[in-house]
Write a protein that binds this ligand. Structure first.
Ligand code: ADP
Length: 354
C-alpha cells in the first residue's frame, strides 16, 4: 500500500469489498470498519468507531501501538501475523497489512489495515506438524529393529567369524517382516497423501478371496499379540470379489490392529458373511475402550483421534481415513458402532462385482 485518501473508508468501495478493512486515526481510535470486518470480528461499525479496537487482545495492544507508530511515519507493514479476539470470545489468527492513510499533503493522518483470516491455514499447518511427529514416531520403532538386527549380526560376524544358520534365519525373518511393515505404513501414507491432494487411488483389481486375506492378516497379527485372542468366523469357505487385494489387506490389517490396540486383553472377532447375493460383510468386533459418542461422527477424518486415546495410546489418526477411502472406492461402505467402555464394531460392506 502506498497510502490512501481517508474518504475511502466512508465510500462504497470499502463497504463493497469482501475483504475486512479497518482504519484508525492518528491516536489509534477506529475510524472505519467495513461490513466484512464486522462479519469476521462480530462488532458493527457503529459499535467500534471512536473507540480503541476491541478485537486487539490486551497482551498485543503494545505491539499494535508500535505498529501504528511505524505506519504513522509513512511506512507500510505487510503480512504481519496477529491474533484478534472476535466478539464471541473466539481467537482468530489473522494476517495484517497496514499502511498510512493520507488526508492533506504527505503526512499520514491515520492508518488503514487489511485483515486476512489465516486460522484455517494455521490449523492445517498444525495438523501437518502433528502428523509428521506421529508418522516419524511410528516408523522409528521398526527402523530401530532392523538396525538392531543388522548391528547384532555384524557384531557376531566380527567377534566370532560366523553366525549360526538357525540364528541367521531367525534374524533375517525379522528384518523381512519389519521392513514389510515399514513398506505398508509408507504405502498407507502415500495413499492418504494422494487422497488429501484430491486424487483417487488407482485400484488394482483382481479376483480376491476375502477369507484367505482375513486369515492371513489375523495369523500375522496373532504372532505378535499374546493377550488377545483373534477369532475368524466365516459363514462360507471363500468370498471372492473383484478387489484390490493389497488395499483390502490394509483395511483388514488396520481394523484388526486397532481392535487389539484399543482393548485390554480379550477377544477380537472378525466375521465374514454374505449380506445379499453380491455383497459381503466384514465385521471386526472388540471388547475394548470404545469411542466416546461425541467423537464417533468424526472418527474417519484424517488425523482425527478420540478424546479417550489422545495422550494415552499413541497413533497418527490416518488409518481409518485410508480405510474409508479404500472401501468407498470399491463401491462399499464402512460404519462403526461403539459404546465407550464396552467395545466397538466396525462393519465393512463390499460389492463382489464392479
Ligand atoms: P490411530 O489408531 O493411529 O489413532 P486411526 O485412524 O486408525 O488412527 O483411528 C482413529 C481413531 O479412532 C483412533 O485414534 C481412536 O480414537 C479411534 N478408534 C479406532 N479404532 C478403535 C477401536 N477399535 N476402539 C476404540 N477406538 C478406536
Amino acid at each position: 500500500m502506498n497510502g490512501a485518501r481517508d474518504t475511502v473508508t466512508e465510500g462504497t468501495l470499502a463497504a463493497a469489498v469482501p475483504v475486512p478493512l479497518v482504519s484508525y486515526d492518528g491516536w489509534g481510535y477506529v475510524t472505519g470498519w467495513n461490513p466484512a470486518a464486522a462479519r469476521l470480528l462480530g462488532w458493527t461499525e457503529a459499535e467500534v468507531v471512536g473507540r480503541r479496537d476491541p478485537s486487539v487482545p490486551p497482551d498485543e495492544m503494545r505491539e499494535f501501538e508500535d505498529i501504528l507508530a511505524v505506519v504513522l511515519r509513512g511506512e507500510t507493514v505487510e503480512g504481519l501475523e496477529v491474533n484478534r479476539c472476535a466478539r464471541c470470545g473466539e481467537q482468530v489468527a489473522l494476517s495484517l497489512t497496514i499502511g498510512p492513510l493520507l488526508s492533506r499533503g504527505d503526512t499520514p493522518s491515520g492508518a488503514i489495515g487489511i485483515l486476512t483470516d489465516i486460522s484455517e491455514h494455521k490449523r492445517v499447518e498444525e495438523e501437518k506438524d502433528a502428523f509428521l511427529v506421529a508418522v516419524t514416531h511410528d516408523l522409528k520403532t521398526p527402523l530401530m529393529v532392523v538396525r538392531g538386527v543388522g548391528q547384532f549380526l555384524l557384531r557376531r560376524l566380527r567377534t566370532e567369524g560366523t553366525v549360526d544358520r538357525a540364528e541367521l534365519e531367525r534374524q533375517l525373518e525379522q528384518v523381512v517382516e519389519t521392513s514389510g511393515n515399514i513398506t505398508s505404513s509408507l504405502n498407507g501414507l502415500i495413499d492418504v497423501t494422494r487422497i488429501h491432494l484430491g486424487r483417487s487411488l488407482e485400484l488394482e483389481r483382481r479376483d480376491t478371496d476375502l477369507v484367505t486375506l482375513v486369515r492371513r492378516v489375523v495369523a500375522e497379527q496373532q504372532t505378535r499379540v499374546r493377550d488377545h485372542q483373534i477369532d475368524v468366523e466365516a459363514t462360507e469357505p471363500a468370498f471372492v470379489g473383484n478387489w484390490d487385494s493389497f488395499r483390502l489387506e490394509r483395511v483388514i490389517s488396520n481394523l484388526v490392529a486397532n481392535a487389539v490396540k484399543y482393548s485390554p486383553p480379550g477377544r477380537v472377532t472378525v466375521r465374514i458373511a454374505r449380506e445379499r447375493p453380491d455383497w459381503v460383510l466384514l465385521a471386526v468386533r472388540d471388547e475394548g475402550i470404545g469411542i466416546p459418542r461425541a467423537d464417533v461422527p468424526r472418527i474417519f477424518e484424517r488425523f482425527y483421534r478420540a478424546q479417550n486415546v489422545i495422550g494415552v495410546i499413541p497413533g497418527s489418526g490416518i488409518g481409518l481415513a485410508g480405510v474409508r477411502q479404500i472401501v468407498e472406492q470399491h463401491g462399499g461402505t464402512v460404519e462403526v458402532d461403539s459404546r465407550e467402555g464396552q467395545g466397538t464394531t466396525f462393519v465393512v460392506r463390499l460389492p463382489t462385482d464392479r
